[in-house]
Design a protein around this ligand. Sequence first.
Ligand code: URA
Length: 427
Amino acid sequence: MITAVDVIAAKRDGHRLSDAQIDWVVAAYTRGEVADEQMAALAMAILLNGMDAAETARWTLAMIESGERLVLPADRPLVDKHSTGGVGDKITLVLAPLAAACGLAVPQLSGRGLGHTGGTLDKLEAVPGWRAELSLEEIAAQLADVGAVVCATTPTLAPADRRLYALRDVTGTVPSVPLIASSIMSKKIAGGARGLVLDVKVGSGAFMGTLDAARELATRMVEIGALHDLPTRALLTDMSVPLGRTAGNALEVAEAVEVLRGGGPADVRGLTLALAREMLDLAGVSADPAAVLDSGAAHAVWERMIAAQGGDPTAALPRASSVAVVEADRSGILRPDALAVGVAAWRLGAGRARKEDGVQAAAGVRLLHDVGADVRAGEPLLELHTDTPEALEGARSALTAAPLVSSEPFAGRSLLLGSVGSRSSAG
Ligand code: URA
């Protein structure tokens, strides 16, 4: 007979867990027979002593089998994308309609943001009327009709992960490569896609601070995908400075719409196109995503995708009641730290501290120049948007954690740092 204490002790003492131990502990935790404190101890033992590739793959399978797998209609290639999360990461808002306009079907079942990285659902909820919760029938119908769905994940997909992720969040056990890899991949495999492109962020605003750590996570996820018949590729991309000029829900939606109209910041457009090319290549579909973006076809899919979920794509987005300006304290190169901007946006109300909290649609940070611009002392650098002006002081102090203006020359942003499993990209 397997007991929770035996499993915990095995991992505490640095042993591999057997398939039977993994299957049992994940299933028993889902049924409520393994207590939170026991699972927390096991998660900490895994964080400290790791799991090898085979253990991680088995852990992933056990989490998938704790719930159901979606079976989605497949008259077009179903390819999903996942980002490990960053500051100003509004790529999904552009990429899902773009990939659909290129001929793919994109089922994006997402979560809400916690901490300094914003959640895609929180961003879309800034659009008046838009609703995140869809039934399985609605997801299937929208995929067939529009080709792109971004909605809340259903409670029946990998329920073991839902409980375990919440537990890890309050026990300091999130930053473990096998636990992150199995958490993300269990939801993606259960979500029914036939191909997956990962955007693994590297830098101060990301889970993975170094390229080596990001590559390890990406490699583990690509391996799990292969073992579960989900062809997976990963791009490793920079998150040392924010993506684009905005961090915060409505601000990011507005910027994504600029990119969908063929404009917007070059880094947001460039990364969206790089990920779209990977998705198309993975599916064997030949299309030129840059031409599709410039033709307005992706913007047309965006409008249908928003309207299909009750949103009004033509409605004005919410605006904050207070906007404060931060000025340069010296001359140099604008180079805001991603984490500092993410924490500032979060304190302004764009993010939540506990999963029960709400978010302000209009709160966030808007840069007034591109990263890398020459700025002079006293010049306005960025705006802080909030409906709770008492939050401004905390946001300003977050921005002092790292200098906004650097005296070092900036050679330009190298957004693509490498790849795992890709045929075409760097690395
Ligand atoms: N995102 C997830 O879904 N799970 C993790 O463990 C970390 C990030």
